[in-house]
Design a protein around this ligand. Structure first.
Ligand SMILES: Cc1cc2nc3c(=O)[nH]c(=O)nc-3n(C[C@H](O)[C@H](O)[C@H](O)COP(=O)(O)O)c2cc1C
Ligand SMILES: C=C(O[C@@H]1CC(C(=O)O)=C[C@@H](OP(=O)(O)O)[C@H]1O)C(=O)O
Length: 390
């Protein structure tokens, strides 16, 4: 299963085409749009989100609520297009009043992209470099999420810090983080603890008042995975590399840690690795999950726990220095309408990216054409591994 997305941030619409979806998978418009709504929310988002009301129109690949096995196309309208149709026209000439973007923002793709494609208007770059594209990515991955739900896998995320405001947690690597989904979704920063939520909101308010922006960290968790997904024989078959690449595909993600992550580097081996135990009913298990659900590039069958670090938003009220590309004189970077913090939204995007990789890992192992065949292959695999531990 793979996707291709297209669309400029202020163009008419975003498009995602998902190819390689098995036939017979139930798809719900309600679920797709719920994910799109979750991605739009979060304290610290800018005014654009009050213009948009993201909803996907499915224009191919689904009939009577089930996939056909043909490519699925999802289209999301950009409501803001109405305000940009002249500045973003496909064929008309540029309006006389057009204000080119010539003061590139440090930390965004503006300068390097303009140098790369040789444009005199950074908008040619930033329209696609914008994380607006992550809406189409979430829509595409909603197909993967439906697949995972069908095979008993749940993917969720929560925010663990914003700036220096942190969620105090019991060690989530001893078992699975068992937060209530409602506590995460009801928090304006997608953090399951009310006090930490308040501290994170305060940090965002302070940053906004100072013309600043904030990043943070979040965890993505997947429950219900069978052991043995992924592979150990080639670099690209390792689930670790696939998930890492998918998460680094999200704008502004600067770090990805599996389980203990960087923390493992300073501990002795016995405090890092998860002793193997046998439960006669459940099969092989572990006393802890410091590996975060992956060993040797494959799922262990324990919860997958990945932590991501997001850098602060590059567009600042209190703008940094830059060079005017017309005059070549020092000046201040563009101050556009912007998010102050988008960590909660990025966590939803990361869920989507992880879901896509995991769905593909299932398809690699259990077949790709038809849901009935896939379900029975998973059932017989589960039976086989149960006999290994008897
Ligand atoms: C969900 C989300 C929303 C974002 N919103 C903004 C924004 O409003 N303004 C901004 O300057 N950057 C925003 N960013 C970050 C930029 O897209 C990102 O910093 C830029 O693409 C360069 O990132 P890179 O250096 O990691 O490639 C957002 C990122 C994400 C994931
Ligand atoms: C539009 C979204 O995020 C945008 C991501 C973004 C960027 O530079 O990455 C810049 C802002 O764009 P605008 O100037 O139109 O407000 C954000 O709003 C979205 O997430 O739906």
């Amino acid at each position: 299963m793979r996707y291709l997305t297209a669309g400029e941030s202020h163009g008419p619409e975003l498009t995602a085409i998902v190819e390689g979806v098995p036939a017979g998978l139930k798809i719900s418009e309600k679920h797709i749009n719920a994910d799109l709504k979750r991605r739009q929310s979060g304290y610290g988002r800018g005014a654009r989100q009050s213009i948009e009301a993201d909803a996907a129109r499915v224009t191919s690949g689904v009939r009577f609520g089930k996939t056909l096995g043909s490519p699925v196309t999802l289209v999301i309208e950009n409501r803001d297009w109405a305000n940009w149709s002249e500045r973003m026209a496909a064929f008309e000439s540029a309006p006389r009043t057009l204000k080119r973007e010539v003061t590139p923002r440090p930390g965004h793709a503006d300068l390097v992209g303009a140098v790369k494609i040789g444009t005199e208007d950074c908008r040619d770059v930033l329209e696609r470099a914008s994380a607006r594209s992550t809406a189409s990515l979430v829509a595409a991955a909603s197909i993967a999420r439906e697949f995972l739900a069908d095979v008993g896998v749940e993917v969720f995320s929560y925010v663990s810090s914003i700036g220096d405001a942190r969620l105090g947690e019991d060690d989530p690597l001893l078992s699975a983080p068992d937060y209530k989904p409602l506590d995460i979704e009801m928090s304006e920063v997608r953090c399951p603890d009310a006090e930490a939520t308040r501290a994170m909101k305060r940090a965002i308010d302070d940053a906004a008042a100072a013309g600043e922006s904030l990043g943070g960290t979040f965890r993505v968790v997947a429950l219900g995975l069978v052991p043995g997904l992924g592979g150990y024989s080639q670099p690209e078959s390792r689930l670790t590399s696939q998930i890492g690449a998918a998460l680094f595909g999200i704008p502004a993600i600067k770090g990805v840690e599996f389980g203990l992550g960087f923390g493992a580097a300073e501990l002795v081996g016995s405090r890092v690795h998860d002793a193997i135990e046998l439960d006669r009913g459940r099969g092989f298990t572990r006393s802890s999950n410091r590996a975060g659900g992956l060993e040797g590039g494959m799922t262990t069958g324990l919860p997958l726990i990945v932590t991501c670090a997001m850098k602060p938003i590059p567009t600042l009220g209190h703008a940094l220095g830059t060079i005017d590309l017309d005059t070549l004189e020092p000046t201040e970077a563009s101050r556009e309408r912007s998010d102050v913090c988008a960590v909660p939204a990025a966590a939803v995007v990361a869920e989507a990216q992880v879901a896509f990789v995991l769905a593909n890992a299932y398809l690699d192992k259990f077949g790709r054409d038809d849901m009935r065949d896939i379900r029975s292959a998973i059932k017989s695999y589960r039976q086989r591994i149960r006999t290994m531990s008897r």
